[in-house]
Ligand binder design. Structure first.
Ligand code: G
Ligand code: G
Ligand code: MN
Ligand code: NA
Length: 257
């Protein structure tokens, strides 16, 4: 079987799963959400990371079905956690999902989100959407209206891997966004690398100036945390906080805190 057929079969056989990585507030250490990271429990090859199959899914438009599955699963999980009392600082857990280019750039994406929310009995406030700079730029004519629709439904909109793409600063001020996620390649070079310091610090200052929340990804050491917090970074995600975990492990992790 070629990979595209295996993917389609994997979807019908329910072999996909979401892992969750916690995010916390810099000042209080309180949980501020979780990022959903897709995994494939392949019957022969074991647990696969998206890097091993997303590109094939994108090529064959399977990504639309897979992406919708991710959204449904995240919505259902947020709803279940709310019922089980698995919460974040100020209420229900917000789950961030990664979108693929194909999903966001398709006409009617906001309608799809609306339908998934209705069918799942979930609120927009329980979901966050992570987009890359590239996705925003490729669809810059429609992106502002689509983002506005999504935010009107209560969803949080984030730019993932920020600093690695080509968003012009002018675009940043025109797009209705909530959050920037500093790419882990910058965090990884902290605290010592002077270039990474300059870039990261500038991103945090700009984001704060624009009224956006900044999340640093890939935080692995206390030294990285302290430096980023001193610059005004509000949220942290990374191995220092917690690795990506299965839903069951994430629930146990939250309860043990
Ligand atoms: O945990 P990590 O190996 O999960 O993720 C690898 C890459 O796959 C990252 O760039 C991440 O953003 C992406 N990714 C993780 N989950 C999803 C998903 O559900 N959909 C899409 N499109 N990308 C994802
Ligand atoms: O592209 P995106 O930012 O969505 O990718 C998230 C990826 O980063 C996932 O593969 C996740 O497993 C990985 N990740 C999360 N925290 C850390 C970390 O502290 N260090 C490293 N190296 N990777 C991390
Ligand atoms: Mn992400
Ligand atoms: Na990222």
């Amino acid at each position: 079987l070629v990979l595209e057929d295996e993917l389609a079969q994997g979807l019908t056989r329910n072999e996909f799963e979401l892992f969750f990585q916690p995010q916390v507030e810099a000042t209080t250490g309180q949980l501020s959400g979780a990022e959903a990271l897709l995994r494939w429990r392949h019957p022969q090859r074991g647990l696969l990371s998206p890097d091993a199959f997303i590109f094939v899914a994108e090529r064959h438009r399977l990504m639309l079905a897979l992406g919708e599955w991710v959204m449904r699963e995240a919505a259902a999980t947020a709803r279940r956690w709310r019922e089980q009392g698995i919460t974040q600082g100020h209420g229900p857990m917000r789950i961030a999902i990664n979108l693929s280019r194909m999903q966001f750039n398709l006409d009617g994406f906001a309608d799809t989100v609306k339908r998934v929310l209705e069918e799942s009995g979930a609120k927009g406030q329980w979901l966050e959407l992570e987009l890359t700079e590239r996705m925003l730029i490729e669809d810059i004519e429609h992106a502002p209206a689509t983002l506005a629709q999504l935010r009107a439904m209560g969803l949080t909109v984030s730019v993932d891997d920020f600093g690695t793409g080509y968003t012009s600063l002018a675009h940043l001020t025109e797009l209705p966004l909530d959050k920037l996620k500093i790419d882990q390649s910058f965090t990884a070079r902290l605290p010592d690398d002077v270039g990474a310091q300059a870039i990261t610090r500038a991103i945090v200052q700009m984001a704060v100036g624009l009224g956006l929340t900044v999340t640093a990804e890939g935080v692995r050491s206390a030294a990285q945390w302290q430096l980023l917090a001193a610059w005004g970074c509000q949220q942290f995600q990374g191995e220092l906080v917690g690795a990506p975990m299965s839903a069951g492990d994430f629930e146990a992790w939250v309860r043990a805190r």
